[in-house]
Design a protein around this ligand. Sequence first.
Ligand code: SDX
Length: 430
Amino acid sequence: MEEQTALIRLDDINYEFPLILGTEGEKAFDIRSLRTKSKFIAFDEGYGNTGSCLSDITFIDGEQGVLRHRGYPIEQLAAKSTFLETAMLIIYGELPAEESLAVFRKRVSSSASVHTSMHHHFEGFPGNSHPMSILSAMLNALGAYYPEMSSNDRDQDLAHFDETAALLISKVRTLAAMTFRMKKGLPFVAPNHSRGYCENFLHMMFTEPYFDYIDSVGAGDALDLFLRLHADHEQNCSTSTVRMVASGGANLFASVSAGVCALWGPSHGGANMAVVQMLEDIHASGDDGTRFIEAAKEGKAKLMGFGHRVYKNYDPRAKILGKTVEQVLTQIGVDDPLLNIARRLEQSALEDEYFVSRKLYPNVDFYSGILLRAIGIPPEMFTVMFAIGRMPGWIANWKEIAENPKGRIHRPRQIYTGHGLRDYQALEKR
Ligand code: SDX
């Protein structure tokens, strides 16, 4: 069968470009030779129609609400896996055998501590610093303690990849808990290597002198599910940032630190905090959500936790969280009025023409904040929790860039719309 190509006619000249077909039938035409051949570039502000890479990690079908990691549906990973097993799947491409999972688990638990001199870094932050600014700074600073893993010599950084991956997945938790404790004016709590990934984090967050944190309500399981649902999500804003930084040859610490900065924005990972703030404001105003929905339709408010660049159907992660949040609240013995408001908002939005016509559905951030609140995580830590969950995805995407021998630095073009050529006018003439 004749090879299919894309034909583009520019300035009365026909140009042909080869097609690229994805595993699940996604189609692209390869325009890597466009400018050389035609002097034209393509313009796609926000990259909504542009593929930046070929990737084997995650597949999303936004129209069908499908999310798979290395071919495994998120629904199955949510029901049967653990965060560390899902992290290995995303990073290494296969579900690990029990033995390799045990080795990874041990490597993660044994690298939970940070160098004591890092404790002093926290003294340099004002008490009202946002946890995401601290996390980004501390992740980059962490690389300074491991020069052999953050050399920016690609072969050397790759030679230490397994160690660096486990170390980052482990220590991002410790740095997050230390940030929480610093802001509360509480002493840091050393990790307890005998505890599981999430239990150890909750221990470092909430253990008090003479009161060891005991998870008697299944908070650790709820947190593990939250982290699994956030582990990777294709070329979202923060993951694309990690790839961009990695493409310049930067090490994994610097790349994930940049990912934290990108995730912080309210349109991205910052939305989970904004959702709870929105629900609290609605609750405090006595509105049952009706007024807020009207304001959103008039463009005067944004229904945070709704809408998505890719999902034009229900975000499968929101569906899972929406189902489990009630169980978790019951298990923990919390009756959160914000959940009822969220349910009412969701119901009215799903029936309202404004949202239906724009295919705006709840996304992963809509229910996640209610779950985190229930296990005692304060709202300003919500996006930090998202970063802990997304760490495996960032690491896996860095690895794809680092291992690509033909990889090039990411350097988009632009269309210049500023002044034409001008002569410098010395100050006295102006
Ligand atoms: C995440 O990319 C990923 O995969 C991200 C993520 C991941 O796992 O990494 O899934 C995590 O970031 C989820 C998204 C969290 N953000 C929010 O919940 C913030 C609220 N949502 C919006 O800001 C918005 O929906 C975005 C940013 C998520 C998507 O923006 P788009 O694709 O650029 O859509 P748009 O802004 O062009 O909106 C299209 C229309 C507009 O109306 P019109 O101009 O057509 O009249 O829909 C409206 C928007 O005004 N709209 C909303 C809305 N989202 C879009 N109106 C009210 N409330 C909203 N939430």
